[in-house]
Design a protein around this ligand. Structure first.
Ligand code: SF4
Ligand code: SF4
Length: 188
């Protein structure tokens, strides 16, 4: 077995006592505090109803317009530009999901269906949002680009049942996604 020796960087005396790093952190914190007080913090313009512009009046005010494209909110299923369900019920996401939040019942695609060559699509697909930890492993592992963490973050319900997103709800959140790899189009 190969042994790899990791070279640890040599710290200067100043780095060893951490004062420099602590001071740097305090300067950054103070800079943010000052910018907030003069209304120059990120998003302050949108938050001006809170007075000095440093407190968001949620839920009247939301960050929705400012969420980055890579924001990891609710996991959801997507269809493509041909309205095809991209999920092929391989169950990899169900297997990988750390808190076991996903439950899939695979279903066979009828032989007279336009996409019969794909063979399977989910008959049922549930994600228990009480269990989900928004880790993104389902999106990472999916070989079909079928499941994505979308920018939706408002996940509420008055019962455990309501917190389970079924297939219809997952497609409602995920919607149509264009520009994905459509490998099934070419396969005979
Ligand atoms: S985001 Fe993580 S926890 Fe949530 S369903 Fe996907 S794999 Fe499971
Ligand atoms: S969402 Fe992706 S990983 Fe999960 S069952 Fe469908 S095809 Fe497989």
């Amino acid at each position: 077995m190969a042994i790899i020796k990791v070279q640890r960087p040599k710290l200067s005396p100043g780095e060893k006592i951490y004062f420099g790093a602590i001071f740097k952190g305090m300067v950054i914190t103070l800079r943010h505090a000052f910018r907030s007080l003069i209304g120059k913090s990120t998003g302050a313009k949108e938050l001006n109803s809170s007075g000095v512009g440093i407190t968001m009046q949620y839920p009247e005010q939301k960050w929705d317009d400012q969420l980055p494209e890579y924001y990891r909110g609710t996991p959801a299923l997507v269809t493509d530009e041909q309205d095809r369900e991209r999920c092929v019920s391989c169950q990899l996401c169900e297997f990988i999901c750390p808190p076991k939040a996903i439950k899939i019942t695979p279903g066979e695609i009828p032989s007279n269906d336009e996409w019969a060559k794909v063979e399977k699509r989910p008959q049922a697909f549930d994600i228990d949002m009480i269990r989900c930890i928004y880790c993104g492993m389902c999106e990472e592992v999916c070989p079909e680009q079928a499941i994505y963490l979308r920018p939706d973050y408002v996940v509420t319900g008055t019962s455990r049942k309501e917190m389970v997103h079924d297939k219809d709800r997952l497609y409602e959140i995920g919607g149509k996604r264009v520009g994905l790899v459509n490998k099934w189009n070419d396969l005979k």
